[in-house]
Design a protein around this ligand. Structure first.
Ligand code: 3PG
Length: 213
């Protein structure tokens, strides 16, 4: 768990990627590596998610591949079987989280309330997805939460963009930000991998600048 969190934290951003056609994962992998961000959270919002994870893991073993939008234990099993190295969930499901912990699969469960955070603390988890970040009060909420929950770190996701990512990454309780703004579904579908590479590069430079501060 800690190693995966360290890698995510070093990268600073995690692209949430929706892939309709699993074979696109190969060129996506190239674009991510060449752009300098060898990481992807493949969302289970599309039916191709598991095969895209398998394809990406096989074509680019150096990329950190996680599974996102995992809603059930069965989805988690499918994702891990396909090669996902970590699991991200939008909400806190105790059974699903327990399964991941039993299998030693790093899991970043979604939380939005102090009650959710307590459920995570009961399972000794200290890095959680804050979702949906912007709609749930964004930076203001994360600052307020840092009082009682000083030891908990977050990966805010939901409504993060190039325009507000710096505000989030500057918070001491944020390890990284997630979001679909980084690798847009439409760019994958239209095969614009050079554009994806340039956008990824731009974000990597921004993160480097923020982390160097
Ligand atoms: C997710 O699936 O993790 C989030 O819905 C991504 O949110 P975004 O599309 O606003 O980045």
């Amino acid at each position: 768990m800690d190693k995966i969190i360290e890698k995510i934290s070093a990268m600073g951003v995690v692209p949430v990627v929706a892939i309709e056609n699993a074979s696109d994962a190969v060129r996506l992998g190239e674009a991510l590596i060449e752009g300098g961000l060898p990481c992807a959270e493949i969302t289970f919002r599309t039916t191709a998610a598991a095969s895209a994870i398998r394809t990406l893991c096989n074509s680019h073993p150096g990329i950190l591949v996680g599974a996102g939008t995992i809603l059930t234990k069965s989805d988690a099993e499918t994702a891990v079987d396909a090669g996902a190295s970590f699991v991200v969930t939008p909400g806190f499901d105790g059974d699903l989280v327990d399964w991941c912990l039993d299998q030693s699969i790093p899991v970043i469960p979604g939380v939005m309330t102090p009650t959710d955070i307590n459920a995570a603390i009961n399972r000794k988890l200290n890095v959680l997805k804050f979702f949906p970040a912007e709609a749930a009060g964004g930076v203001k909420t994360l600052k307020a939460i840092s009082g009682p929950y000083g030891s908990i770190k977050f990966v805010p996701t939901g409504g993060i963009t190039l325009g507000n990512v710096e505000e989030y990454l500057s918070l001491p309780n944020v390890v990284a930000c997630g979001g679909s703004w980084l690798v847009k579904k439409a760019l994958i579908s239209s095969g614009e991998f050079d554009t994806i590479k340039s956008l990824v590069r731009e974000v990597v430079q921004l993160v480097d600048r923020i982390q160097d501060k």
